[in-house]
Structure formats: C-alpha cells, structure tokens
Design a protein around this ligand. Structure first.
Ligand SMILES: [Zn+2]
Length: 213
C-alpha cells in the first residue's frame, strides 16, 4: 500500500483539525519512513522479485517496523512526541498515534504474509497486492472518501477548498509516478527514493496547512 495510507491522515484531519497536517502525513507513513532508513542501513531486508504478481517487493525481514509490536511502539512513541514536543492537546496526539498504527492495518490488507504478529512469530498479510487493479482501486477509493470528508470539514471551518483539492491531485500524481517507476535491484537506492517521496509529501502537507483561514 502506498497512497492509500494517506487516507488515514486525511480522515484524521477531518476528525481533529488541531492535529497539523504535516504530522498526520508523516505519521501515516512513519513506519515506512523508519523502514526506508533501516533498509538503507542494511538492518531490515528486502529484495525485488519481478516474478511476483503485482508488487515486486519481497519484504522478508522487517521486524522493527512492520511487526505488530514494532508498529505499536512507533505509534505510542509518535503520540508521546506529539504531546511532549509538538505540545498538541492529548486528543490530537492520540489521533496521530492511531494514524501511525493505521499503517499496519492497511498493510495487512495488501501485503503478502510478511508482517510478524510478534518478534519471530507467524507472518500475516491478506495479499491484495497479488491483484493490482482492485488493490489500486482500494487505495484511490480510500483517499477519495477521506479527502471528501476533509474538504467538507474545511468548508465547515470557513476554509477554502482548493489547497485540499491540490493536495489530492498531488497524491494521485505520486501514485501514478510510483506505479510506473519500477523499483530496481539496488535496495539502498529504492529506500532513498521512498524516503524522498515521504518527505516531499510531508513538506507539501505543511505548505497546504499554512493557508488557514
Ligand atoms: Zn509499510
């Protein structure tokens, strides 16, 4: 799952506008941000297998980011940092933690069984990745529904809709680019590219959020 993760950030922004959009956008991919760094460092491991149906990623070792307990630690850590460092209200901080954990739930739908239930435990994943078209429809559908809720909330708050529409267009564009640009054998390069996309999305979200009414 790639762009579909952003649906959690947008739904959360509609539910709790006090949470900064950049923190939600970074939060929904925080587990993959950590994963990119750990893959580049050689701590977590993957390989590219072009023979796999749909996504070519063989994610055979990623306990620190994508196991159930690992992702819970990232989520609780993000909620505490949001409260203590960003000084957000508890509700907003808790929602950021939930958005971080949503990453694991959404990955569970699409990944082949590569998500450990506990360290060294059985691996789960429902494997929607094996069916690229329904998988893509799910991701874009989630973003459309959550984006609609976010735009409606902005209207309620007297904010203009167009920055939100631009952000949705941006998300659609990065989905298109990522599905065209196949990942290569060089996992360090793949990790760096993924990380760059997550950070650019966070920066764009920060810019969109600045234009408050
Ligand atoms: Zn992930």
């Amino acid at each position: 799952m790639f762009v579909g993760h952003y649906s959690a950030a947008l739904a959360a922004k509609a539910a709790e506008p006090r949470a900064p959009l950049w923190a939600l956008v970074a939060g929904c991919q925080l587990i993959d941000i950590g994963w990119s760094g750990l893959v580049m460092a050689g701590v977590e491991k993957m390989k590219i297998d072009p023979n796999l149906p749909g996504s070519p990623l063989d994610l055979y070792f990623m306990p620190y980011t994508h196991s159930l307990p690992g992702s819970l630690v990232w989520a609780v850590g993000a909620a505490l940092l949001s409260r203590l460092v960003l000084r957000l209200p508890w509700r907003a901080a808790a929602i950021i933690g939930l958005v971080v954990f949503s990453h694991w739930i959404l990955d569970l739908l699409v990944h082949r069984p590569d998500l450990e239930l506990w360290f060294g435990g059985p691996k789960v994943g429902l494997g929607l990745w094996n069916y690229p078209l329904p998988e893509m429809a799910l991701e874009l559908g989630l973003v459309a529904v959550a984006g609609g809720a976010w735009i409606a909330k902005r209207k309620d708050l007297g904010m203009v809709a167009w920055p939100a529409v631009l952000f949705l267009a941006f998300l659609t564009a990065i989905q298109m680019i990522s599905s065209m640009g196949a990942m290569g054998e060089d996992v360090v390069k793949d990790g760096a590219m993924a990380l760059a996309v997550y950070l650019v999305a966070t920066g764009v979200a920060w810019a969109v959020d600045r234009g408050r009414a």
